[in-house]
Design a protein around this ligand. Structure first.
Ligand code: CO
Length: 300
């Protein structure tokens, strides 16, 4: 019952955030009577944006290992959602989500639980749900596809994520030093998860700030907030699955418009930590819990 209630809450949350495709979580594959006899074959499809940074691949593979350990015997495959990154020179030959669904159909799978390593239910998440909906219930194809929610998928995720972010800070950080997390941000309504997470961070630590590269709150907002507290030191960490291009350049780069340079120019001592959220055990547990819910929903 508790599980069912949580799924309802999640659906409402996603719809409020500009969804409308979330019904794919619960939609039945359009199965005809004959296919009832087909043997069920379940797979997990992990979806990442993809990364051009070789060093960022380790945390993705470590996540895959945790998934394999938690769900032994279930086929686990990857897709990368970024066309640009899939086309990059030297990129691994990774499927797009659509290619992965087609291949799963070809390999006679019937049920697929998709879990993306997205942070918020933004445009990419909804495109993934849309792709899943289109591949569900094709003749002789996948009977049922469920999509696990992103890291911040429901209100209760926010409080848990705030606690995990703070628990994962370097031991050297003192309570008088500020922490600034750099999220991606988007024009999509799902961006609202960032200021929402900021609320829960502040309830637990008034010197913990969350900004975004492309959305709101912005670095300018953070600068104003920091000026009220005047901490001697600021710790900078990415709030993205892996420490890739944004973390290495926009956050920690030496160019004068990087977050590190802007904050240093304001007089703060800045310390950067190049570890994405996949290196935070508590956040990984949140993603795994969402995958667990997607697998559970396959059985309903
Ligand atoms: Co970007």
């Amino acid at each position: 019952m508790k599980q069912a209630w949580r799924v309802v809450v999640l659906l409402v949350a996603v719809c409020m955030l500009g969804g409308g495709f979330a019904q794919a979580l619960a939609a039945e594959g359009g199965g005809g009577g004959h296919r009832a006899t087909r043997e069920a074959k379940t797979a997990i499809l992990l979806v990442a944006f993809g990364t051009s940074y070789a060093t960022a691949r380790g945390p993705l593979l470590a996540f895959e290992e945790k998934v394999r350990a938690k769900f032994p015997g279930v086929e686990v495959r990857w897709a990368w959602s970024s066309h640009q990154i899939r086309q990059m020179e030297g990129a691994d030959d990774v499927d797009s989500p659509a290619e992965a669904f087609a291949r799963l159909m070809e390999d006679r799978f019937t049920h697929v639980a998709v879990q993306s390593l997205q942070t918020i239910p933004g445009q990419e998440f909804h495109m993934l749900v849309e792709a899943a909906r289109r591949f569900e219930g094709m003749p002789k194809g996948l009977k049922r596809i469920t999509v696990g929610l992103p890291l911040l998928g429901a209100p209760e995720d926010l409080e848990a994520a705030a606690a995990a972010l703070l628990a994962g800070l370097p031991k050297a950080r003192t309570a008088k030093e500020a922490v600034v997390f750099m999220g991606h941000g988007t024009h999509h309504a799902g961006n609202a998860m960032y200021p929402a997470l900021q609320y829960y961070l502040w309830r637990q630590d008034p010197l913990a700030f969350l900004g975004t590269v492309e959305g709101s709150p912005s670095l300018d907002d953070i600068v104003v907030d920091l000026a009220r507290h005047k901490p001697a030191k600021v710790w900078l960490l990415p709030f993205m699955a892996v420490a890739g291009d944004h973390a290495n350049n926009d956050m920690a780069g030496d160019e004068e418009d990087s977050w590190k340079s802007v904050l240093a120019a304001k007089g703060y001592a800045v310390e950067t930590v190049l570890a994405g959220t996949l290196e935070n055990a508590g956040l990984v547990d949140l993603w795994l819990a969402h995958l667990d819910e997607a697998l559970e929903a396959l059985r309903q």
